[in-house]
Ligand binder design. Sequence first.
Ligand code: G3H
Length: 534
Amino acid sequence: MSFKFPTPSEIPTEYSISQIHQRQYLIDGELRVWNGNMVSVSSPIFYSESGKNSQVQIGSYPAFGTTEALEALASCEKAYDGGSGIWPRSTIEDRIKAIQKFTNLMIKERDLIIKLLMWEIGKTLKDSAKEFDRTIEYINDTINALKEGDRSSSRFVFEKGILAQIKRAPYGIVLCMGPFNYPLNETFCTLIPALAMGNTVLFKPAKFGVLLLEPLLKCFQEAFPKGVINTLYGDGATVVTPIMETGKVDVFAFIGSSTTANIIAKKHPRLNRLRSVLGLNAKNPAIILEDCDLDKAIPEILSGSLSFNGQRCTALKIIFVPQKIAENFLKKYLDALSAWKAGMPWEKDVMLTPLPEDGKTKWLTELMSDAIAKGAKIQNEGGGIVNESFMFPAVLYPISKNSRLYNEEQFGPLVPIVPYNDIDETIKYVKESNLGQQASIFGKNPKIIGMLTDILVNQVARVNINTQCQRGPDSFPFTGRKDSADGTLSVTDALRVFSIRSLVAAKDDEESKQIFREILESKSSSFISTHFIL
Ligand code: G3H
């Protein structure tokens, strides 16, 4: 079993890449040119030439210092202007127009962005296209939710002698940081709602998937008023720390590890001012029941555990199998896995690809060795074999409770399988875990499924029955308990988390009504308005 990287001539012309040295950055509505230090971008893909592998260098981006980071913050502050800026005072209709303009410009960059997703994070062509299209769909759904919200808040309410109009208003400055596994989709799932609600945004791209945002800088510039969106590049400690220390960030939107989230949030001197919207670690279990229809369940469990090489926060990261059916389960899982093709992201039907994180295969090998030292065996031929950034998935069984893989989130192609004799062992695992995003149950017995569901819904934020864990559909609430999340995201929830309900109220008497009538007729306020979007 071996994995080979391609020679340069084996790259299909339509997917070959020229280096992108991205010197432009967006501050105060200007696309400025960076002349300072640059951060090099290496692809997870290597070229194999004359028996040697060399990592493909695909470009670079600016390494901001503290000065530029604070300039970006100042631009955000100026555009928000304590709520008097054009953007926070604009109507929902005007914001929708800007977002639509941006979306139309973004669609033109689809092919380039998909190609960069493949080269920067090793995501397959099919999944990269899906990420792009899902993002566009998310933006369109957000626009519809905005219209709906605008319609329902356009009326006045009369209650106990008070008349009022209740709407949602922006918080102020939002710092948006997305994850490398969905550098476009998950970043935009916070960025777009934050903008839509009238906030101004400091946008720091994920650690991988930075170059793919380059084609979008001019789209942002064209679509939004100046200073409404500003980009931050470079090392987190250098650029994020000084910004947080000013205490001027109102919302911290971050998808990544809880350790990083805590380090960043703690820099803020006024924690009561800071709202956090966090998507963090997860170790979602798959609980297989004795009567599980394995032929139906295995494709779902395989995809749940290994799609995008297990690099999804929602991936099934530990599998509990009844001891009695473990042998049969393993056989069927391994059969299904053997049909999965490894290769380059653009190859037809490829499922397993190189990993973007430097040193990741070494770290995963350590986790695997620890599990083996504690009694597990690699069940599949070639499991765990590494070539540079690529690792063949390793199916490890039986995982003991004292191995690191039992609790640590692998976020990669390791599949830990734990045998159990009593369902209480799985419940104990979930209760004792510090993480609580989702769980999946695979089986038929309604009594056991019902009992498990009642316990699990109080431990995790979504219980999936005979399906893998996942975020979608995006209209569903996406959140987690314990250390897995703070705040809820969905198309409508995201609009809520980036805004606060604010109201204008007056005595329900003729004098107040006359003032409101005149404001409405003269259109002197965008907040006090009964106009709504059709
Ligand atoms: O990485 C975490 C993502 O939100 C997972 O989304 O379940 O659609 O892959 P997904």
